[in-house]
Design a protein around this ligand. Structure first.
Ligand SMILES: Nc1ncnc2c1ncn2[C@@H]1O[C@H](COP(=O)(O)OP(=O)(O)OP(=O)(O)O)[C@@H](O)[C@H]1O
Length: 331
């Protein structure tokens, strides 16, 4: 549905130039919720804004629903942009217009007849859970309600793609949950493809089917979230399940075991203690639901080193468990 190939984008020239995108390629399948994560300045906003060509890449290809965006003329681009809705961190609502007018505004540019605009705004307000609030002004709404209006406005022209630029970053955790639920339900009900950028790993955990990690303008990992969490050494996976760094007195060997799907409910630690007669210490654990399945990571200290530790690690891997060695043992 969205295919970005070999995108490059540099801001400025000479010694002060910033390479925001450096050979970025990304595939987002129809109906996916795809999350791009990365630190501040990694290039996330630039990447998102190339999809509807708010930011024109220096080179590379941007294809949305089979249309190559970079070669369109102004009229073609205006038309193509109607199939790409966008929501923003700070909502970007017009404060002097009512909720209804904010939504209708998105349809005015498309010259939609007035009666149709009204009907569509009413319909879409209901979809986002704001029925009856069309006459309110943005200042009379909570942050969560403002973002619902932002989403309604983005959906007004019946797009096939929704771009979300940190849509929940300005919201409290409870409101974030409800907005993520809304994004997930419109993704399903409207068969909408969602590309979102976020610095919150919770967003990826809660709703994303696929994700990519952007670093200094480069994609360093991408794939299905369930696949990434079962990939040894995945940095995205360790950010999804963050555990404190090992301490010098943790023991000679420290390992992380990542569980997902079928391996989540096995009595691994009890078995380790029994089969290897080891006093295993649990240094930390994070468990959550990802993509509808239980997944998590447990950090263990083993009181053995060298070949004894290697034997334990080999045994765990032999059981189909994903083991990352942080200290001691062979990785
Ligand atoms: N219009 C611009 N002019 C010059 N430099 C820019 C411009 N927009 C972005 N940059 C620079 O490009 C790099 C990538 O910025 P971008 O906003 O895409 O990153 P980001 O990952 O979205 O960061 P944040 O999470 O802080 O918004 C940064 O170094 C930024 O300072």
């Amino acid at each position: 549905m969205i295919s970005l190939r070999n995108l490059r984008k540099t801001y400025g020239r000479g010694p002060g130039a910033v390479r925001a995108l450096d050979d970025v390629s990304l595939e987002v399948a129809r109906g996916e919720i795809f999350g791009v994560v990365g630190r501040s300045g990694a290039g996330k906003s630039t990447l998102l804004r190339t999809v509807n060509l708010l930011e024109r890449p220096d080179s590379g290809s941007v294809e949305v629903d089979g249309v190559e965006m970079t070669t369109l003329d102004q009229a073609g681009l205006r038309r193509a942009r109607r199939s790409v809705g966008m929501v923003f961190q700070h909502f970007n609502l017009l404060s002097n217009r009512s909720v209804q007018q904010n939504i209708e505004f998105a349809l005015e540019a498309a010259r939609t007849p007035r009666a149709r605009r009204r009907a569509r705004a009413t319909e879409i307000l209901e979809l986002v859970g704001l029925e009856g609030r069309g006459g309110s002004y943005p200042a009379q709404l909570s942050g969560g309600q403002k973002q619902r209006v932002g989403i309604a406005r983005a959906l007004a022209a019946e797009p096939t793609v929704l771009l979300s630029d940190e849509a929940t970053s300005a919201l409290d955790p409870e409101t974030t949950e409800s907005i993520l639920d809304l994004i997930q339900s419109i993704n399903r009900e409207l068969d909408l493809t969602v590309l979102l950028i976020t610095h919150e790993m919770e967003v990826v955990k809660r709703i994303c089917t696929s994700a990519a990690l952007l670093e200094d303008g480069r994609i360093v990992e991408q794939g299905a979230v369930t696949g990434l969490i079962s990939t040894q050494g995945s940095r995205l996976a360790s950010q999804l399940f963050p555990l404190a760094a090992p301490q010098p007195d943790d023991g000679p060997t420290v390992i992380d075991i990542t569980f997902s799907g079928g391996t989540a409910d096995r009595p691994v630690i009890a078995r380790l203690a029994r089969d290897h007669q080891l006093d295993v210490s649990i240094l930390g654990a994070v468990v959550d639901r990802i993509g509808g399945t239980q997944a998590g990571r447990t950090r263990l200290a083993l009181p053995v080193a060298g070949t004894a530790a290697d034997a334990v690690i080999a045994d765990l891997r032999g059981q189909g468990l994903l083991v990352d060695v942080l200290k001691g043992g062979r990785s």
